[in-house]
Design a protein around this ligand. Structure first.
Ligand code: SF4
Ligand code: SF3
Length: 546
Protein backbone atom coordinates (compact mmCIF):
# COMPACT_ATOMS: atom_id res chain seq x y z
CA UNK A 1 0.00 0.00 0.00
CA UNK A 2 1.20 3.46 -0.86
CA UNK A 3 2.45 5.57 2.03
CA UNK A 4 0.05 8.38 1.12
CA UNK A 5 -1.96 9.74 -1.75
CA UNK A 6 -2.37 13.37 -2.68
CA UNK A 7 -2.95 14.94 -6.09
CA UNK A 8 -4.41 18.29 -5.18
CA UNK A 9 -1.69 20.46 -6.72
CA UNK A 10 0.16 20.79 -9.98
CA UNK A 11 3.32 19.25 -8.50
CA UNK A 12 1.62 15.83 -8.08
CA UNK A 13 4.39 13.27 -8.63
CA UNK A 14 4.53 11.87 -12.18
CA UNK A 15 1.49 13.98 -12.95
CA UNK A 16 -0.67 11.46 -11.11
CA UNK A 17 -0.17 11.91 -7.36
CA UNK A 18 2.35 11.89 -4.53
CA UNK A 19 2.45 8.40 -3.00
CA UNK A 20 5.70 8.21 -1.02
CA UNK A 21 6.21 11.77 0.16
CA UNK A 22 4.83 15.04 -1.17
CA UNK A 23 6.89 16.89 -3.76
CA UNK A 24 5.90 19.90 -1.59
CA UNK A 25 7.54 18.26 1.44
CA UNK A 26 4.33 16.85 2.92
CA UNK A 27 5.09 13.70 4.90
CA UNK A 28 2.74 10.69 4.93
CA UNK A 29 1.60 11.40 8.51
CA UNK A 30 0.68 14.97 7.57
CA UNK A 31 -1.16 13.70 4.47
CA UNK A 32 -3.15 11.22 6.59
CA UNK A 33 -4.06 13.91 9.14
CA UNK A 34 -5.17 16.28 6.39
CA UNK A 35 -7.25 13.49 4.84
CA UNK A 36 -8.89 12.93 8.21
CA UNK A 37 -9.63 16.65 8.54
CA UNK A 38 -11.25 16.79 5.10
CA UNK A 39 -13.28 13.67 5.88
CA UNK A 40 -14.38 15.18 9.21
CA UNK A 41 -15.28 18.47 7.53
CA UNK A 42 -17.66 16.67 5.18
CA UNK A 43 -19.60 15.49 8.23
CA UNK A 44 -19.38 18.94 9.78
CA UNK A 45 -20.74 20.42 6.55
CA UNK A 46 -23.60 17.90 6.57
CA UNK A 47 -24.77 18.93 10.07
CA UNK A 48 -24.08 22.64 9.76
CA UNK A 49 -26.06 22.72 6.51
CA UNK A 50 -29.03 20.96 8.13
CA UNK A 51 -28.85 23.32 11.11
CA UNK A 52 -28.75 26.38 8.84
CA UNK A 53 -31.79 25.14 6.95
CA UNK A 54 -33.57 25.24 10.32
CA UNK A 55 -32.34 28.79 10.86
CA UNK A 56 -29.58 27.84 13.32
CA UNK A 57 -26.19 29.43 12.61
CA UNK A 58 -23.04 29.33 14.70
CA UNK A 59 -20.22 31.66 13.68
CA UNK A 60 -17.64 29.59 15.55
CA UNK A 61 -18.50 26.61 13.33
CA UNK A 62 -18.46 28.79 10.20
CA UNK A 63 -15.02 30.22 10.93
CA UNK A 64 -13.63 26.87 12.02
CA UNK A 65 -14.68 25.32 8.71
CA UNK A 66 -12.72 27.88 6.64
CA UNK A 67 -9.69 27.77 8.91
CA UNK A 68 -9.56 23.98 8.84
CA UNK A 69 -9.93 23.84 5.06
CA UNK A 70 -7.21 26.48 4.73
CA UNK A 71 -4.90 24.30 6.85
CA UNK A 72 -5.09 21.62 4.16
CA UNK A 73 -4.19 23.90 1.23
CA UNK A 74 -0.83 23.12 -0.42
CA UNK A 75 2.22 24.61 1.32
CA UNK A 76 0.35 25.77 4.44
CA UNK A 77 0.48 23.45 7.47
CA UNK A 78 3.20 20.80 7.68
CA UNK A 79 3.05 20.28 11.44
CA UNK A 80 1.51 16.98 12.64
CA UNK A 81 0.92 18.32 16.16
CA UNK A 82 -1.00 21.29 14.86
CA UNK A 83 -2.99 19.15 12.42
CA UNK A 84 -3.78 16.67 15.21
CA UNK A 85 -5.37 19.56 17.11
CA UNK A 86 -7.40 20.50 14.03
CA UNK A 87 -8.63 16.88 13.78
CA UNK A 88 -9.87 16.97 17.38
CA UNK A 89 -11.50 20.37 16.88
CA UNK A 90 -13.16 19.02 13.71
CA UNK A 91 -14.76 16.21 15.72
CA UNK A 92 -15.88 18.65 18.43
CA UNK A 93 -17.32 21.09 15.89
CA UNK A 94 -19.13 18.25 14.16
CA UNK A 95 -20.81 17.34 17.43
CA UNK A 96 -21.59 21.00 18.05
CA UNK A 97 -23.21 21.29 14.61
CA UNK A 98 -25.25 18.12 15.17
CA UNK A 99 -26.46 19.44 18.54
CA UNK A 100 -27.25 22.79 16.91
CA UNK A 101 -29.40 21.04 14.32
CA UNK A 102 -31.16 18.82 16.86
CA UNK A 103 -31.99 21.79 19.06
CA UNK A 104 -33.35 23.79 16.13
CA UNK A 105 -35.23 20.73 14.86
CA UNK A 106 -36.56 19.79 18.26
CA UNK A 107 -35.68 16.15 17.50
CA UNK A 108 -32.86 14.01 16.11
CA UNK A 109 -32.46 13.78 12.33
CA UNK A 110 -35.20 11.56 10.93
CA UNK A 111 -33.37 10.63 7.70
CA UNK A 112 -30.43 8.32 7.16
CA UNK A 113 -27.22 9.81 8.49
CA UNK A 114 -24.44 9.15 5.98
CA UNK A 115 -21.54 7.14 7.33
CA UNK A 116 -19.25 10.17 7.07
CA UNK A 117 -21.45 12.20 9.40
CA UNK A 118 -22.00 9.56 12.09
CA UNK A 119 -20.88 10.34 15.67
CA UNK A 120 -17.09 10.36 15.79
CA UNK A 121 -14.70 10.36 18.70
CA UNK A 122 -11.15 10.70 17.40
CA UNK A 123 -8.46 8.43 18.83
CA UNK A 124 -6.16 9.82 21.52
CA UNK A 125 -2.61 9.64 20.23
CA UNK A 126 -1.24 11.30 17.15
CA UNK A 127 -0.14 7.98 15.68
CA UNK A 128 -3.67 6.62 16.18
CA UNK A 129 -5.05 9.66 14.37
CA UNK A 130 -2.63 9.04 11.52
CA UNK A 131 -3.86 5.43 11.31
CA UNK A 132 -7.44 6.68 11.35
CA UNK A 133 -6.60 9.13 8.55
CA UNK A 134 -5.30 6.31 6.38
CA UNK A 135 -8.80 4.81 6.49
CA UNK A 136 -10.23 7.91 4.84
CA UNK A 137 -7.99 8.48 1.83
CA UNK A 138 -8.57 11.01 -0.94
CA UNK A 139 -9.46 8.32 -3.47
CA UNK A 140 -12.76 6.56 -2.92
CA UNK A 141 -12.93 3.51 -5.19
CA UNK A 142 -16.59 2.99 -4.35
CA UNK A 143 -17.43 6.21 -6.23
CA UNK A 144 -17.80 6.56 -9.98
CA UNK A 145 -14.42 8.03 -11.09
CA UNK A 146 -16.01 11.01 -12.86
CA UNK A 147 -18.18 11.87 -9.87
CA UNK A 148 -15.11 11.54 -7.68
CA UNK A 149 -13.19 13.84 -10.02
CA UNK A 150 -15.83 16.58 -9.88
CA UNK A 151 -16.16 16.14 -6.10
CA UNK A 152 -12.44 16.77 -5.80
CA UNK A 153 -12.73 19.88 -7.98
CA UNK A 154 -15.47 21.04 -5.62
CA UNK A 155 -13.49 20.27 -2.46
CA UNK A 156 -10.36 21.98 -3.81
CA UNK A 157 -12.50 24.93 -4.88
CA UNK A 158 -13.84 25.14 -1.32
CA UNK A 159 -10.28 25.04 0.05
CA UNK A 160 -9.22 27.93 -2.18
CA UNK A 161 -12.29 29.97 -1.34
CA UNK A 162 -11.84 29.23 2.38
CA UNK A 163 -8.44 30.93 2.24
CA UNK A 164 -10.00 34.08 0.77
CA UNK A 165 -12.91 33.95 3.23
CA UNK A 166 -10.36 33.73 6.05
CA UNK A 167 -8.59 36.93 4.94
CA UNK A 168 -11.96 38.70 4.72
CA UNK A 169 -12.96 37.39 8.17
CA UNK A 170 -9.68 38.62 9.66
CA UNK A 171 -10.57 42.06 8.29
CA UNK A 172 -13.99 41.83 9.95
CA UNK A 173 -16.01 40.77 6.90
CA UNK A 174 -18.21 37.69 7.00
CA UNK A 175 -20.86 36.65 4.54
CA UNK A 176 -23.34 34.02 5.54
CA UNK A 177 -23.90 32.97 1.91
CA UNK A 178 -20.24 31.96 1.64
CA UNK A 179 -20.28 29.90 4.83
CA UNK A 180 -23.63 28.35 3.87
CA UNK A 181 -22.30 27.29 0.49
CA UNK A 182 -19.12 25.74 1.87
CA UNK A 183 -21.12 23.70 4.38
CA UNK A 184 -23.59 22.54 1.76
CA UNK A 185 -20.83 21.70 -0.71
CA UNK A 186 -18.73 19.72 1.78
CA UNK A 187 -21.83 17.92 3.12
CA UNK A 188 -23.02 17.12 -0.41
CA UNK A 189 -19.97 14.94 -1.03
CA UNK A 190 -21.50 12.42 1.41
CA UNK A 191 -24.75 12.26 -0.53
CA UNK A 192 -24.78 9.14 -2.69
CA UNK A 193 -28.05 10.15 -4.33
CA UNK A 194 -26.35 13.03 -6.20
CA UNK A 195 -25.17 12.46 -9.76
CA UNK A 196 -22.39 13.85 -11.92
CA UNK A 197 -24.31 16.90 -13.11
CA UNK A 198 -25.31 17.76 -9.54
CA UNK A 199 -21.64 18.04 -8.67
CA UNK A 200 -20.90 19.95 -11.88
CA UNK A 201 -23.62 22.37 -10.80
CA UNK A 202 -22.09 22.67 -7.33
CA UNK A 203 -18.62 23.26 -8.81
CA UNK A 204 -19.99 26.08 -10.98
CA UNK A 205 -21.81 27.48 -7.96
CA UNK A 206 -18.53 27.33 -6.06
CA UNK A 207 -16.99 29.56 -8.73
CA UNK A 208 -19.91 31.96 -8.52
CA UNK A 209 -19.82 32.15 -4.72
CA UNK A 210 -16.07 32.73 -4.94
CA UNK A 211 -16.70 35.86 -7.01
CA UNK A 212 -18.75 37.11 -4.07
CA UNK A 213 -16.06 35.99 -1.65
CA UNK A 214 -13.21 37.69 -3.49
CA UNK A 215 -15.47 40.73 -3.95
CA UNK A 216 -15.95 40.78 -0.18
CA UNK A 217 -12.20 40.58 0.32
CA UNK A 218 -11.68 43.41 -2.17
CA UNK A 219 -14.24 45.47 -0.25
CA UNK A 220 -12.45 44.66 3.02
CA UNK A 221 -9.11 45.77 1.54
CA UNK A 222 -10.62 48.98 0.16
CA UNK A 223 -12.43 49.82 3.40
CA UNK A 224 -9.29 49.30 5.45
CA UNK A 225 -6.62 50.57 3.10
CA UNK A 226 -8.48 52.42 0.29
CA UNK A 227 -8.42 51.25 -3.30
CA UNK A 228 -4.96 50.42 -4.63
CA UNK A 229 -3.40 53.07 -6.86
CA UNK A 230 -0.48 52.73 -9.30
CA UNK A 231 2.66 52.72 -7.15
CA UNK A 232 6.34 52.21 -7.88
CA UNK A 233 7.98 49.48 -5.82
CA UNK A 234 11.72 49.25 -5.37
CA UNK A 235 13.34 45.84 -5.71
CA UNK A 236 16.52 46.93 -3.96
CA UNK A 237 17.33 47.22 -0.27
CA UNK A 238 17.59 50.02 2.26
CA UNK A 239 20.28 50.32 4.90
CA UNK A 240 18.97 48.92 8.16
CA UNK A 241 17.30 46.01 9.87
CA UNK A 242 14.81 44.02 7.89
CA UNK A 243 11.70 41.82 8.09
CA UNK A 244 10.31 39.94 5.10
CA UNK A 245 6.58 39.20 4.94
CA UNK A 246 5.37 36.41 2.69
CA UNK A 247 1.81 35.33 1.99
CA UNK A 248 -1.45 37.10 1.26
CA UNK A 249 -2.71 38.59 4.54
CA UNK A 250 -2.78 42.41 4.55
CA UNK A 251 -3.98 42.78 8.14
CA UNK A 252 -0.99 40.85 9.45
CA UNK A 253 1.31 43.13 7.45
CA UNK A 254 -0.48 46.21 8.76
CA UNK A 255 -0.07 45.12 12.38
CA UNK A 256 3.60 44.42 11.82
CA UNK A 257 4.05 47.84 10.18
CA UNK A 258 2.46 49.47 13.23
CA UNK A 259 4.61 47.53 15.69
CA UNK A 260 7.85 48.24 13.81
CA UNK A 261 7.26 51.98 13.28
CA UNK A 262 10.24 54.04 14.43
CA UNK A 263 12.36 51.01 15.28
CA UNK A 264 14.78 51.31 12.38
CA UNK A 265 13.37 48.19 10.75
CA UNK A 266 12.37 48.09 7.08
CA UNK A 267 9.58 45.79 5.98
CA UNK A 268 9.89 43.98 2.66
CA UNK A 269 7.16 42.14 0.82
CA UNK A 270 7.67 38.69 -0.65
CA UNK A 271 5.72 37.13 -3.57
CA UNK A 272 1.94 37.63 -3.11
CA UNK A 273 2.44 40.45 -0.56
CA UNK A 274 3.75 42.65 -3.41
CA UNK A 275 0.32 44.24 -4.11
CA UNK A 276 0.37 45.66 -0.54
CA UNK A 277 2.51 48.53 -1.85
CA UNK A 278 -0.44 49.82 -3.90
CA UNK A 279 -2.77 50.41 -0.94
CA UNK A 280 -2.66 53.98 0.46
CA UNK A 281 -3.38 52.64 3.96
CA UNK A 282 -0.24 50.49 3.83
CA UNK A 283 2.15 52.53 1.69
CA UNK A 284 1.74 55.44 4.10
CA UNK A 285 4.18 53.60 6.37
CA UNK A 286 7.57 54.91 5.27
CA UNK A 287 9.31 51.73 6.40
CA UNK A 288 7.38 49.56 3.91
CA UNK A 289 10.57 49.48 1.90
CA UNK A 290 10.15 47.30 -1.14
CA UNK A 291 9.80 43.84 -2.59
CA UNK A 292 12.48 41.22 -2.04
CA UNK A 293 13.19 38.05 -3.97
CA UNK A 294 11.56 36.24 -6.82
CA UNK A 295 8.97 33.52 -7.00
CA UNK A 296 7.96 31.42 -3.96
CA UNK A 297 9.88 28.39 -5.18
CA UNK A 298 13.13 30.38 -5.00
CA UNK A 299 12.81 30.95 -1.24
CA UNK A 300 15.41 28.34 -0.31
CA UNK A 301 18.31 30.23 -1.82
CA UNK A 302 16.92 33.75 -1.35
CA UNK A 303 16.05 33.44 2.33
CA UNK A 304 19.61 32.44 3.23
CA UNK A 305 20.68 35.85 1.95
CA UNK A 306 17.99 37.79 3.79
CA UNK A 307 19.78 39.31 6.80
CA UNK A 308 16.71 39.69 8.98
CA UNK A 309 13.57 37.95 10.20
CA UNK A 310 11.04 36.39 7.83
CA UNK A 311 7.42 35.49 8.39
CA UNK A 312 4.86 33.54 6.35
CA UNK A 313 1.21 34.40 6.85
CA UNK A 314 -0.13 32.00 4.17
CA UNK A 315 1.17 29.61 1.51
CA UNK A 316 3.68 28.97 0.04
CA UNK A 317 6.17 27.79 2.68
CA UNK A 318 8.82 25.21 1.75
CA UNK A 319 11.10 23.14 3.93
CA UNK A 320 13.36 25.75 5.56
CA UNK A 321 17.12 25.27 5.40
CA UNK A 322 18.98 25.21 8.72
CA UNK A 323 20.81 28.35 7.56
CA UNK A 324 17.70 30.49 8.07
CA UNK A 325 15.26 28.37 10.09
CA UNK A 326 15.89 30.33 13.30
CA UNK A 327 15.07 33.59 11.53
CA UNK A 328 11.82 32.22 10.13
CA UNK A 329 8.38 32.56 11.72
CA UNK A 330 4.89 31.43 10.78
CA UNK A 331 1.52 33.04 11.45
CA UNK A 332 -2.14 32.17 10.92
CA UNK A 333 -2.72 28.73 9.40
CA UNK A 334 0.92 28.30 8.35
CA UNK A 335 2.99 25.90 10.45
CA UNK A 336 6.26 24.04 10.06
CA UNK A 337 7.61 21.77 12.80
CA UNK A 338 10.42 23.53 14.63
CA UNK A 339 9.65 26.95 13.15
CA UNK A 340 8.39 29.45 15.69
CA UNK A 341 4.69 30.23 15.29
CA UNK A 342 3.26 33.62 16.22
CA UNK A 343 -0.15 33.03 17.70
CA UNK A 344 -2.09 36.26 17.57
CA UNK A 345 -0.92 39.79 16.98
CA UNK A 346 2.19 40.28 19.07
CA UNK A 347 5.16 40.33 16.71
CA UNK A 348 7.82 41.23 19.29
CA UNK A 349 9.68 37.92 18.78
CA UNK A 350 9.96 38.68 15.05
CA UNK A 351 11.04 42.24 15.77
CA UNK A 352 13.67 41.08 18.28
CA UNK A 353 15.04 38.63 15.73
CA UNK A 354 15.25 41.37 13.10
CA UNK A 355 17.02 43.70 15.53
CA UNK A 356 19.52 40.95 16.39
CA UNK A 357 20.23 40.22 12.70
CA UNK A 358 22.70 42.24 10.62
CA UNK A 359 20.25 43.93 8.25
CA UNK A 360 20.88 45.27 4.75
CA UNK A 361 23.19 47.80 3.17
CA UNK A 362 21.72 50.50 0.98
CA UNK A 363 21.37 49.08 -2.52
CA UNK A 364 18.56 50.58 -4.61
CA UNK A 365 17.26 48.36 -7.38
CA UNK A 366 14.90 48.29 -10.31
CA UNK A 367 11.43 49.74 -9.85
CA UNK A 368 8.23 48.03 -10.93
CA UNK A 369 4.69 49.39 -10.77
CA UNK A 370 1.79 47.72 -8.99
CA UNK A 371 -1.71 48.84 -8.02
CA UNK A 372 -3.81 48.42 -11.17
CA UNK A 373 -6.94 47.06 -9.54
CA UNK A 374 -10.26 47.66 -11.28
CA UNK A 375 -10.77 50.95 -9.47
CA UNK A 376 -7.50 52.31 -10.92
CA UNK A 377 -7.94 50.85 -14.41
CA UNK A 378 -11.57 51.86 -14.70
CA UNK A 379 -10.59 55.34 -13.52
CA UNK A 380 -8.99 55.72 -16.97
CA UNK A 381 -11.63 53.62 -18.75
CA UNK A 382 -12.27 56.33 -21.38
CA UNK A 383 -8.63 56.31 -22.39
CA UNK A 384 -8.55 52.49 -22.54
CA UNK A 385 -11.78 52.28 -24.57
CA UNK A 386 -10.53 54.95 -26.98
CA UNK A 387 -7.26 53.06 -27.44
CA UNK A 388 -9.21 49.92 -28.34
CA UNK A 389 -11.45 51.83 -30.73
CA UNK A 390 -8.52 53.44 -32.57
CA UNK A 391 -6.73 50.09 -32.74
CA UNK A 392 -3.83 51.33 -30.58
CA UNK A 393 -4.67 48.42 -28.25
CA UNK A 394 -5.29 45.33 -30.35
CA UNK A 395 -5.90 42.81 -27.61
CA UNK A 396 -5.75 42.28 -23.83
CA UNK A 397 -4.13 39.20 -22.35
CA UNK A 398 -4.84 38.11 -18.80
CA UNK A 399 -1.73 36.13 -17.89
CA UNK A 400 -2.27 35.10 -14.33
CA UNK A 401 -2.12 32.37 -11.75
CA UNK A 402 0.46 30.63 -9.66
CA UNK A 403 4.14 30.15 -10.20
CA UNK A 404 5.91 26.86 -9.58
CA UNK A 405 9.13 25.00 -10.13
CA UNK A 406 8.46 23.26 -13.45
CA UNK A 407 10.69 24.29 -16.34
CA UNK A 408 7.64 24.40 -18.66
CA UNK A 409 6.63 27.54 -16.83
CA UNK A 410 9.06 29.62 -18.88
CA UNK A 411 6.17 29.47 -21.39
CA UNK A 412 4.66 32.42 -19.50
CA UNK A 413 7.86 34.48 -19.68
CA UNK A 414 8.25 33.85 -23.37
CA UNK A 415 4.58 34.56 -23.95
CA UNK A 416 4.82 37.97 -22.26
CA UNK A 417 8.08 38.78 -24.07
CA UNK A 418 6.79 37.82 -27.50
CA UNK A 419 3.43 39.56 -27.39
CA UNK A 420 3.15 42.30 -30.04
CA UNK A 421 3.59 45.87 -28.84
CA UNK A 422 -0.06 46.74 -29.40
CA UNK A 423 -1.23 44.34 -26.71
CA UNK A 424 -1.76 44.90 -22.99
CA UNK A 425 -1.17 42.31 -20.24
CA UNK A 426 -3.29 42.19 -17.13
CA UNK A 427 -1.59 40.03 -14.54
CA UNK A 428 -2.44 38.75 -11.08
CA UNK A 429 -1.17 36.22 -8.54
CA UNK A 430 2.38 35.00 -8.17
CA UNK A 431 2.79 33.68 -11.73
CA UNK A 432 3.71 37.28 -12.63
CA UNK A 433 7.18 36.73 -11.20
CA UNK A 434 7.92 35.03 -14.52
CA UNK A 435 7.70 38.38 -16.33
CA UNK A 436 6.99 41.34 -14.04
CA UNK A 437 10.49 42.76 -14.34
CA UNK A 438 10.30 43.01 -18.13
CA UNK A 439 10.24 46.55 -19.48
CA UNK A 440 7.25 46.37 -21.78
CA UNK A 441 6.63 50.10 -22.23
CA UNK A 442 3.25 51.73 -22.69
CA UNK A 443 0.57 52.47 -25.26
CA UNK A 444 -0.28 56.17 -25.20
CA UNK A 445 0.44 56.34 -21.47
CA UNK A 446 -1.31 53.04 -20.64
CA UNK A 447 1.35 50.63 -19.33
CA UNK A 448 1.50 47.41 -21.32
CA UNK A 449 1.87 45.43 -18.09
CA UNK A 450 -0.87 46.11 -15.56
CA UNK A 451 -0.41 44.34 -12.23
CA UNK A 452 -3.95 43.85 -10.96
CA UNK A 453 -2.82 42.29 -7.67
CA UNK A 454 -3.05 39.00 -5.78
CA UNK A 455 -4.80 35.84 -6.98
CA UNK A 456 -7.96 36.97 -5.18
CA UNK A 457 -7.80 40.11 -7.31
CA UNK A 458 -8.93 37.93 -10.20
CA UNK A 459 -12.11 39.59 -8.96
CA UNK A 460 -10.70 42.92 -10.16
CA UNK A 461 -9.73 41.47 -13.54
CA UNK A 462 -13.29 40.18 -13.90
CA UNK A 463 -14.66 43.65 -13.07
CA UNK A 464 -12.40 45.18 -15.73
CA UNK A 465 -13.55 42.63 -18.31
CA UNK A 466 -17.22 43.12 -17.42
CA UNK A 467 -16.85 46.91 -17.65
CA UNK A 468 -15.18 46.65 -21.06
CA UNK A 469 -17.90 44.27 -22.23
CA UNK A 470 -20.47 46.80 -21.02
CA UNK A 471 -18.74 49.65 -22.84
CA UNK A 472 -18.52 47.70 -26.08
CA UNK A 473 -22.00 46.26 -25.63
CA UNK A 474 -20.83 42.70 -26.06
CA UNK A 475 -20.21 39.57 -24.00
CA UNK A 476 -16.87 38.93 -22.29
CA UNK A 477 -16.17 36.16 -24.84
CA UNK A 478 -16.54 38.70 -27.66
CA UNK A 479 -13.99 41.12 -26.20
CA UNK A 480 -10.49 41.34 -27.68
CA UNK A 481 -9.26 39.45 -24.60
CA UNK A 482 -7.52 36.12 -24.08
CA UNK A 483 -6.83 34.32 -20.82
CA UNK A 484 -3.70 32.30 -20.20
CA UNK A 485 -3.63 30.75 -16.74
CA UNK A 486 -0.93 29.02 -14.76
CA UNK A 487 -2.08 26.93 -11.84
CA UNK A 488 -0.39 25.38 -8.85
CA UNK A 489 -2.61 25.12 -5.80
CA UNK A 490 -6.27 25.15 -4.83
CA UNK A 491 -6.80 28.92 -5.00
CA UNK A 492 -6.12 28.66 -8.71
CA UNK A 493 -8.77 25.92 -8.89
CA UNK A 494 -11.43 28.20 -7.44
CA UNK A 495 -10.34 31.15 -9.57
CA UNK A 496 -10.73 28.94 -12.65
CA UNK A 497 -14.18 27.86 -11.44
CA UNK A 498 -15.11 31.54 -11.06
CA UNK A 499 -14.11 32.27 -14.66
CA UNK A 500 -16.01 29.23 -15.91
CA UNK A 501 -19.07 30.19 -13.86
CA UNK A 502 -19.15 33.42 -15.88
CA UNK A 503 -19.25 31.36 -19.06
CA UNK A 504 -15.75 32.45 -20.11
CA UNK A 505 -14.46 30.26 -22.93
CA UNK A 506 -11.15 29.47 -24.61
CA UNK A 507 -8.97 29.67 -21.47
CA UNK A 508 -5.51 28.17 -21.89
CA UNK A 509 -4.31 26.34 -18.78
CA UNK A 510 -0.84 25.15 -17.86
CA UNK A 511 1.80 24.10 -17.22
CA UNK A 512 -0.04 20.75 -17.06
CA UNK A 513 -3.63 19.71 -16.51
CA UNK A 514 -4.73 18.67 -13.02
CA UNK A 515 -4.26 14.99 -12.15
CA UNK A 516 -7.69 14.93 -10.48
CA UNK A 517 -9.53 15.61 -13.74
CA UNK A 518 -10.61 12.40 -15.50
CA UNK A 519 -10.66 12.19 -19.32
CA UNK A 520 -14.48 12.37 -19.32
CA UNK A 521 -14.56 15.45 -17.11
CA UNK A 522 -11.89 17.04 -19.27
CA UNK A 523 -13.84 16.40 -22.44
CA UNK A 524 -16.91 17.93 -20.78
CA UNK A 525 -14.87 21.06 -19.97
CA UNK A 526 -13.49 21.19 -23.50
CA UNK A 527 -16.96 20.81 -25.04
CA UNK A 528 -18.58 23.38 -22.82
CA UNK A 529 -15.81 25.93 -22.36
CA UNK A 530 -13.24 25.06 -25.02
CA UNK A 531 -10.62 25.12 -22.27
CA UNK A 532 -7.30 23.71 -23.41
CA UNK A 533 -3.75 23.04 -22.30
CA UNK A 534 -1.02 25.49 -23.23
CA UNK A 535 0.94 24.39 -26.28
CA UNK A 536 3.73 26.23 -28.04
CA UNK A 537 3.94 29.97 -27.37
CA UNK A 538 3.98 30.75 -31.08
CA UNK A 539 0.98 28.62 -31.99
CA UNK A 540 -1.11 29.67 -28.97
CA UNK A 541 -0.37 33.33 -29.56
CA UNK A 542 -1.12 33.14 -33.29
CA UNK A 543 -4.44 31.47 -32.49
CA UNK A 544 -5.36 34.09 -29.90
CA UNK A 545 -4.35 37.02 -32.06
CA UNK A 546 -6.53 35.53 -34.80
FE1 SF4 B 1 2.01 16.30 -3.82
FE2 SF4 B 1 0.90 18.69 -4.22
FE3 SF4 B 1 -0.22 16.97 -2.57
FE4 SF4 B 1 2.08 18.20 -1.91
S1 SF4 B 1 0.05 19.14 -2.20
S2 SF4 B 1 1.59 16.05 -1.62
S3 SF4 B 1 3.08 18.24 -3.92
S4 SF4 B 1 0.01 16.73 -4.80
FE1 SF3 C 1 1.14 31.79 -5.47
FE2 SF3 C 1 1.65 29.98 -3.65
FE3 SF3 C 1 -0.82 30.23 -5.99
FE4 SF3 C 1 -2.03 33.66 -4.57
S1 SF3 C 1 1.78 32.09 -3.42
S2 SF3 C 1 -0.99 32.38 -6.00
S3 SF3 C 1 1.18 29.59 -5.68
Amino acid sequence: MAEMFCYQCEQAAQGTGCTVVGVCGKQPDVAALQDLIVWGLKGLGFWADLARKKGAIDREIDVFMIEALFSTVTNVDFDPESLGKVVRQTAAMREKARALFEKANGAPFAGTVPEGAAPWVPKTTLSDLVEEGRKHPVKDPSLDPDIHSVQQILIYGCKGMAAYADHAHILGKDDDGIYAFIHRAMGSTLDRSLGLMDFVGLAMECGKVNIECTGLLNQAHVEHYQAATPTKVNLGTRAGKAILVSGHDMKMLEELLKQTAGKGIHIYTHVEMLPAHGYPGLKKYPHLAGNYGGAWQDQGKEFQNFPGAMIFNTNCIQRPAESYKDRLFTWGRVKWPGVRHIDGWDFSAVIDKALASPGFEEKPGQEITVGFGHQAVLGVADKVIEAVKTGAIRRFFVIGGCDGAKTGRNYYTRFAEQLPKDTVILTLACGKYRFNKLQLGDIGGIPRLLDVGQCNDAYSAVQIALALAGAFKCGVNDLPLSIVLSWYEQKAVVVLLSLLSLGIRNIKLGPSLPAFITPNVLSFLVDKFNIGPIGSVEEDMAQMLG
